[in-house]
Design a protein around this ligand. Structure first.
Ligand code: ADP
Length: 265
C-alpha cells in the first residue's frame, strides 16, 4: 500500500535526521569539554609563575628592597618567573595557530645536517650547564637535503633537544642521527641516556600540558606543550613521530621527513 510505504520512508528520513543531529550535538559537546579543559589548563599553568612574581614583589615592597643582597636575588627570581610566563604564552600562541590550521607548511629544500648543527650551537650553553654532550652519530656529516618547512623543523629539533637536555642526566649525551629510509624518506633520531619515561606514561606524552612529573615541585620548568607542538608540526607535514623510552635508561624520539627531489638538470 503506497501510503504505508510513504510513511515508512518518512519515518526512516526523520530517524536519520535525528541521528545526524545527535551526532552533531555530541561533537559540539566534546568540543565544549575540550575547550573547557584547555582553558582550565591554561589558567592553571599561568597561575604558578604569576603567584611567584607577586610573592617576590610583595616581599620587596614590604621592606626587603632595602636589603641590598636580598633585593637582587628576589628580582632575579621574579624575572625567571616572567621568562617562564613568556615561554608559556608563546607556546600557547603557536599551538592555537597549529590547531586552527592557521600555520601553513612552507616547504623548501634545505640541508637537515646544517640545521641540526645550528640548533646544536643555539643550545650549546644550555647543554654545557649540565655538562651534556650533543653529538652526531656520523663522523663526517655530509649534507642531506630534505623538503620541509625549515623554521618549523627547527622548532621540532629545538623542542626535542631541549627535552633531552632537561631530562638528561648530568654529564650525559644526546645523539642525533639522520638515516635514509626507503621511498625517499629520512628518519631523524634524537637519543638521550637520561631519566627515561615509565611505560605507562608514554601513550599520553604528546597530549598538551601533559607532564610525567605533575608535582608542583618538579625540577624542570616547561609548559607541557613542547611535544604536542612537535607532533602537530610533524603531522602537518604528513610525516610520523615515534618514541621509545626505558625508565632510567633513556629515550629516543624520531621523526620522518621527505627527501628533496634531486634536480633533473
Ligand atoms: P615539558 O618539557 O614542557 O614538560 P613536553 O611536552 O616537551 O613538555 O614533554 C612532556 C613530558 O614528557 C615532560 O614533562 C617529561 O616528563 C617527558 N619527556 C619529554 N622528553 C623527555 C626525555 N627526553 N626524557 C624523559 N622524559 C621526557
Amino acid at each position: 500500500d503506497p501510503i504505508t510505504t510513504d510513511m515508512k520512508t518518512l519515518t526512516a528520513e526523520i530517524e536519520k535526521f535525528a541521528k545526524d543531529k545527535k551526532i552533531e550535538i555530541d561533537t559540539l559537546k566534546i568540543r565544549e569539554e575540550y575547550r573547557k579543559d584547555f582553558l582550565g589548563n591554561v589558567s592553571h599553568e599561568l597561575k604558578t609563575p604569576l603567584f611567584t612574581v607577586q610573592g617576590y614583589l610583595e616581599t620587596l615592597l614590604e621592606g626587603a628592597i632595602n636589603d641590598k643582597n636580598v633585593r637582587k636575588k628576589y628580582l632575579q627570581r621574579a624575572n625567571k618567573a616572567v621568562e617562564r610566563l613568556i615561554y608559556i604564552v608563546k607556546d600557547l600562541d603557536l599551538i592555537t595557530k597549529l590547531e586552527a590550521g592557521e600555520l601553513n607548511v612552507e616547504r623548501s629544500d634545505f640541508d637537515i645536517i646544517e640545521l641540526i648543527q645550528s640548533v646544536f650551537e643555539l643550545l650549546e650553553m644550555k647543554a654545557a650547564k649540565k655538562e651534556i654532550t650533543m653529538t652526531f652519530d656520523m663522523e663526517y656529516p655530509e649534507p642531506i637535503y630534505v623538503n620541509a618547512d625549515r623554521e618549523k623543523i627547527q622548532q621540532v629539533l629545538t623542542n626535542l633537544l631541549v627535552n633531552s637536555i632537561k631530562y638528561g642526566q648530568p654529564q650525559g649525551t644526546t645523539e642525533v642521527s639522520v638515516e635514509n629510509l626507503i621511498r625517499n624518506k629520512v628518519i631523524v633520531r634524537v637519543t638521550d641516556n637520561g631519566e627515561g619515561i615509565p611505560e605507562q606514561y608514554i601513550p599520553r606524552l604528546f597530549e598538551r600540558f601533559y607532564r610525567v612529573d605533575q608535582s608542583g615541585s618538579r625540577k624542570e620548568g616547561g609548559s607541557g606543550l613542547g611535544l604536542s607542538i612537535v607532533k602537530h608540526i610533524i603531522e602537518a607535514h604528513g610525516e610520523k613521530i615515534y618514541v621509545e623510552s626505558v625508565e632510567k635508561v633513556g629515550s629516543e624520539f624520531s621523526f620522518t621527513l621527505e627527501k628533496a627531489t634531486p634536480s633533473k638538470e
